[in-house]
Ligand binder design. Structure first.
Ligand code: NDP
Length: 283
């Protein structure tokens, strides 16, 4: 595949799109609100087109990485877009959305003769910029293999996780852990400050001990420096934990529920800051 419609040029999509341009793929992109990523990508050879429908008309592959279900529906289920995609096109859907929305999108695109992969990612904006994302791909292995040249540019690991929808589910499970671990790390850091512990020493010890988490080891410096530029917005974390809670309605997930409430408490004031701003919450 050479021609990509790339939809969603945010904290993740923009650096991913840059890598694909640099690797020689031709990208068609659209302007939503922010001009700067569009201008930079056009400078790298991408084509700015007037609508998602136009972008999709020419595409071998459509890549979407949008905030949530709502935008997935607005963009991918739009009547003009549906009218313009060609049979045989591959939709690589990378949003952290719900399995239900993914199933709706799959139904529509399979009816149009397209192939659909459900492929959310982990690894953050740094992983997006240096091509070391983890991809959790639900869908047909043959189609995953067809996109290997794209995954080579974006990802360090591509896991085949099952059917379309399973990618979204596994991403939500990862996010419930990540969201809980961030809150746990915040409390540990707060106690360490209260006890006047040497933070570098603490980091070394925890890294070699049973309390270690990716969040503790990688977010401690951000928390201490109180630098909450996103990164990954608190509102997106809140959305992901909500997905996990909704998928698990019939089973007890008390810690996840409590942690969701904490993110909810900060959402109105701090929703657009990095989710690690949760470390400043003093309920
Ligand atoms: P951002 O909010 O930074 O970016 C979202 C992008 O979608 C923006 O470029 C926005 O354009 C665009 N957009 C929104 N609506 C439309 C539309 N109707 N048509 C075209 N473009 C649209 O989010 P992130 O990049 O951080 O996250 C994207 C997804 O990836 C989310 O599901 C998130 O949970 C997930 N994710 C995020 C990670 C992170 O570290 N940030 C890590 C792993 C997964 P504009 O800005 O112009 O409005």
């Amino acid at each position: 595949p050479k021609h990509i419609a790339f939809i969603g040029l945010g904290a993740m999509g923009f650096p991913m799109a840059k890598r694909l341009c640099q690797a020689g793929f031709h990208l068609d992109i659209v302007l939503h609100r922010h001009r700067q990523p569009v201008e930079e990508l056009v400078g790298m050879g991408a084509t700015l087109v007037d609508s998602v429908a136009t972008a999709c008309r020419n595409a071998d592959v459509i890549i979407s990485i949008l905030p949530s279900d709502k935008e997935m529906a607005e963009v991918l289920l739009n009547a003009d877009v549906r009218g313009s995609v060609r049979p045989g096109t591959i939709l690589l859907e990378m949003t952290s959305g719900t399995p239900n929305m993914m199933a709706k999108v799959e139904d529509v695109y399979v009816d149009l003769g397209c192939h659909v992969l459900d492929a959310p990612v982990s690894g953050g904006t740094i992983g997006a910029a240096n091509g070391s994302l983890t991809v959790m791909a639900g869908g047909n292995q043959e189609i995953i293999d067809k996109l290997s040249s794209i995954f080579d540019v974006l990802a360090k690991q591509v896991f085949t996780v099952g059917q379309v929808g399973d990618g979204k589910a596994i991403k939500a499970i990862n996010q419930m852990l990540a969201g809980v671990h961030m809150v746990a790390a915040s409390e540990a850091i707060r106690l360490a400050q209260h006890l006047h512990i040497d933070m570098e020493r603490l980091k070394d010890v925890v890294a070699a001990s049973s309390g270690a988490s990716w969040m503790f080891l990688n977010k401690i410096d951000t928390v201490l420096a109180r630098n909450f530029e996103p990164g990954f917005k608190l509102d997106l974390m809140k959305k992901d934990i909500r997905i996990a809670l909704d998928e698990g309605k019939q089973i007890p997930l008390p810690i996840t529920g409590l942690v969701h409430e904490l993110y909810q408490l900060m959402s109105s004031q701090n929703g657009d800051e990095d989710f690690s701003v949760i470390s400043t919450l003093a309920p």
